[in-house]
Design a protein around this ligand. Structure first.
Ligand SMILES: Nc1ncnc2c1ncn2[C@@H]1O[C@H](COP(=O)(O)OP(=O)(O)OP(=O)(O)O)[C@@H](O)[C@H]1O
Length: 251
């Protein structure tokens, strides 16, 4: 379990995150939402051990969080690359955490397979498209086998096709039992989460499921949820097809 207790990280008097307490269970897929500047990235950075809260504690299974236990992928993959080939990029991270040489290639290839990027092994990261770079950035983190995967607006720069591909990868990781927390401003991406945490001015103001989110906030909802609400159906994460099927059977 990832446990945040009364975490405060202050940039100044008004900006930052304030007194955040929450637990994330193993295998949960959590969407961290909130307006621009509400503190989402700051919370993820604190959870990844990249910044140290001035107050409170963040622990995974009773120990202070630190990479590689917690892995984070950022909105702009370019910031994550430091080597000149995809293979070197994968190996660099693994070397840093002391993975034996013979295991490195195996791990790197398995992670690249998970995101469909093995073909790019010899490429310079800068020769890849934005979506491909983002998949390699994710693979580099997956190869380190973190217990918790944090994704900070990872699809926001992608075109609709690349975005859908990336969302499928996240859903696949979720099905495999990864513990995931992601931030997004795209309401359709709410459908990937089991649970929602909402920040407002650095404070945690909501913790609940999709149905509770839809009934207790004024936020725009994914189209299928709006449809369910319009027709008086129970709100749940549904695909288009499931939504239409339940509309047919409700009459
Ligand atoms: N390095 C910094 N120095 C000072 N203030 C900062 C710094 N980084 C962020 N802030 C401020 O802290 C607040 C929270 O920022 P943060 O980036 O965590 O929000 P966010 O919810 O991730 O926003 P967005 O949705 O726009 O990505 C904002 O008011 C921001 O201006």
């Amino acid at each position: 379990m990832l446990k945040c207790e009364q975490v405060t990280y202050r940039y100044n008097e008004t900006d930052g995150i304030f007194n955040i307490s929450l637990n994330i269970e193993k295998g949960e897929c959590v969407a961290l939402i909130g307006l621009n500047g509400s503190g989402k990235s700051t919370l993820l950075h604190a959870m990844a051990g990249l910044i140290n809260p001035q107050e409170g504690s963040i622990e995974w299974e009773g120990e202070a969080v630190r990479p590689p236990k917690v892995g984070i992928v950022f909105q702009h993959p370019d910031n994550q690359f430091i080597t000149t080939s995809v293979l070197d990029e994968m190996v660099f991270g693994l070397e840093n955490i002391g993975i034996p040489r013979e295991e490195m290639l195996e791990r790197a290839l398995a992670a690249l397979d998970q995101v469909g990027m093995r073909w790019a092994l010899e490429k310079h990261p800068m020769q890849l498209s934005g979506g491909e770079k983002q998949r390699v950035a994710l693979a580099a983190i997956l190869a380190m086998e973190p217990d918790v995967l944090l994704l900070d607006e990872v699809t926001s720069m992608l075109d609709p096709v690349a975005r859908e591909h990336f969302q499928q990868i996240i859903l696949h990781l979720k099905q495999k039992g990864w513990t995931i927390m992601y931030t997004t401003h795209l309401v359709e991406e709410y459908l990937m989460a089991d649970r929602f945490l909402m920040l407002d001015h650095g404070e945690l103001v909501f913790d609940g499921d999709l149905e509770q989110l839809a009934s207790s906030t004024q936020l725009p909802m994914p189209f299928t949820v709006e449809l369910q609400r319009t027709f008086g159906l129970n709100v749940k994460a549904s695909t288009w097809k499931e939504c239409i099927d339940s509309l047919w059977t409700s009459n």
